[in-house]
Design a binder for this molecule. Structure first.
Ligand SMILES: [Mg+2]
Length: 396
């Protein structure tokens, strides 16, 4: 069972315009075409304007008739992009898998993060507040077991709403809603459904799928599934390019392999600590090596998603050994991990050893958070002790 968030910024273009010009607060604001020439449509309108029956995609001419005293503007496209990126970078701090569906809509795969963040509802409220406090942008969040349900959820308590559709309740949640609530059901589809006496989503579920298939083909079957609360569970992943990395420039260039290994081990440990703190796993390990003469090499390897110091260190060390083919002093080394996915305990349910090890690593993470990184040494503990004693390790 997956946990998908759909986060939708409320009246996004209008919210940004209000940040740029606070005088627009509380007024009916319409971003879109020019009412003077009657060309174009409403791209976004404030909730004050919606009271007059305005909605996005409405011809601007119609909007002007309904709300002639509104404030009409073309908007600032560059600013929307800038704010959208700012929202995304807040999300990236917490969420390893994000699909940006449009400039103001994001799907987040939160599967397996309950243990890190506790209640999903509380976590949604926390992101919502952070986006509001840092960027002054209100948003609504839908939480569901698939994208369709989450999207419908985010829309049903706007603005600044959070709707959590409990797993197993999808069908009941959707039943009383109008058919056009289902994303993809447009005017034409709505009319042909209505003509068959189908008004609510619950009306669809009372019919056999064969009926919808005969009437609308493949699209009908898809609609029938959505009405039952089914939908796409996996995001079209644009893996965030963010990485967790550490590097160290040495006070004196290093030539000893042992010393290099110790330092890499220390850096890898730090990186894995941050990774586990986020509740993520990584599937790409990168290393960086810079010689005395500033020649710099990088190497990269993809692994099975992991948050284990041992696996990540071994991968990094093998890359380092292969990269280092000159007998010259080393000035800097670094390790970086990327391609994150949520840590999912269930995947390890039947692998006893892995479960135990993961629990142990999480315990280590907690102790270190409380008492400092050096309070607990694991794996090649002797190596770590050595470099901590040498104190030639950290200058970032
Ligand atoms: Mg929106």
């Amino acid at each position: 069972m997956r946990t998908i968030f759909h986060l939708d910024l409320d009246a996004f273009f209008v919210s940004v315009e209000r940040i740029l010009d606070p005088k627009l607060n509380g007024k009916p604001v319409i971003v879109g075409g020019d009412p003077k020439y009657g060309r174009g449509v409403v791209a976004a309108c404030s909730y004050e304007a919606r009271k007059f029956g305005l909605h996005s995609a409405m011809p601007i001419r119609t909007a002007y008739k309904l709300c002639p005293h509104g404030i009409y503007m073309h908007g600032h496209g560059d600013e929307y992009t800038r704010f959208s990126k700012a929202v995304k970078s807040i999300l990236e701090q917490y969420v390893p898998l994000i699909e940006q569906a449009s400039i103001d809509e994001f799907y987040l795969d939160m599967t397996g993060t309950q243990r890190m963040y506790g209640s999903m509802f509380a976590f949604a409220s926390r992101i919502q507040k952070e986006i509001l406090n840092k960027l002054q942008l209100p948003c609504s969040i839908g939480i569901g077991s698939n994208k369709t349900v989450a999207k419908i959820g985010s829309d049903c308590m706007k603005p600044t709403g959070i709707t959590y559709i409990l797993p197993g309740m999808e069908k009941e949640f959707l039943a009383p809603m109008q058919v056009e609530t289902i994303p993809g059901v447009g005017k034409v589809m709505k009319q042909s459904l209505n003509a068959r006496g189908i008004y609510r989503i619950g009306d669809i579920t009372k019919l056999p799928s064969d009926y919808l298939s005969a009437a609308f083909g493949k699209y009908g079957v898809d609609l029938w599934r959505k009405a039952h609360g089914e939908g796409t569970e996996y995001l079209t992943i644009q893996r965030t390019r963010k990485s967790i990395s550490r590097e160290n420039t040495f006070g004196n260039d290093i030539t000893s392999e042992e010393e290099l290994k110790n330092n890499l081990f220390y850096l890898t440990g730090k990186v894995c600590q941050s990774l586990r703190n986020k509740g993520w796993e990584a599937s790409t390990v990168d290393i960086k090596l810079r010689y005395t003469d500033f020649q710099t090499l990088t190497r990269s390897k993809t692994i099975k998603p992991s948050d284990d110091d041992k696996i990540i260190f071994e991968t990094a060390w093998n890359l380092m050994k292969k990269a280092r083919n000159r007998r010259v002093g080393v000035r800097l080394i670094g390790v970086s991990i990327t391609n994150f996915s949520p840590f999912n305990e269930q995947e390890y349910l039947f692998e006893d050893y892995e479960v135990k090890r993961k629990k142990m690593l999480r315990a280590v993470t907690r102790v270190r958070d409380k008492f400092g990184y050096e309070s607990l040494l694991i794996g090649c503990a002797k190596l770590e002790k050595d470099i901590i004693r040498q104190k030639n390790y950290f200058k970032v």
